[in-house]
Design a protein around this ligand. Structure first.
Ligand code: HEM
Length: 125
């Protein structure tokens, strides 16, 4: 009888656990917060605190051992009027950070499709 495929570890583990995820978030937040096309909303924001909060959010979403205690997405982006372009600039830097960190293509896609689903919650609030 055929051997069943072994279960995949959670996405969090495939992203490299806390060290991998921290490196990815540090990379893309640093880029998106200085790119002239997307830096607008980051003025005066504590990036260290923001990075920690985003790590905890993505960790929880990807099956990691975190509890996200920040604001829900629509509330966190309230009053920012984030545009499609700003979201797509961020998407570009997320993809670049995942590649740089050596995350496998299918795992990259899994995270990116998770983030795509949150787009409507952050856009135009
Ligand atoms: C799917 C897309 C996104 C996700 C999942 C996301 C996630 C988050 C999270 C978890 C926080 C922290 C909230 C808290 O600590 O209470 C946050 C805050 C923030 N996000 Fe996003 N975000 C997204 C898109 C964007 C985009 C496209 C921009 C701008 C280009 C942006 C700008 C900000 C800023 C400036 C803050 C900090 C607000 C503050 O501390 O005053 N976000 N986001």
């Amino acid at each position: 009888t055929p051997t069943p495929a072994p279960p995949k570890p959670p996405l969090f583990v495939r992203l490299g656990g806390m060290p991998g995820l921290t490196a990815v978030v540090d990379d893309f937040v640093s880029k998106v917060s200085v790119d002239p096309r997307s830096k607008r909303t980051f003025e005066g924001v504590n990036l260290t605190r923001l990075k920690a909060s985003v790590v905890s959010h993505v960790c929880a979403l990807s099956g990691g051992p975190c509890k996200y205690e920040g604001d829900p997405m629509a509330l966190a982006h309230q009053g920012m009027a984030i545009s499609k372009e700003e979201l797509s600039v961020m998407g570009h830097y997320v993809d670049q950070a995942l590649r740089r960190q050596g995350v496998a293509p299918e795992d990259r896609e899994e995270l990116e499709s998770m983030l795509d689903k949150l787009g409507p919650e952050v856009l135009n609030k």
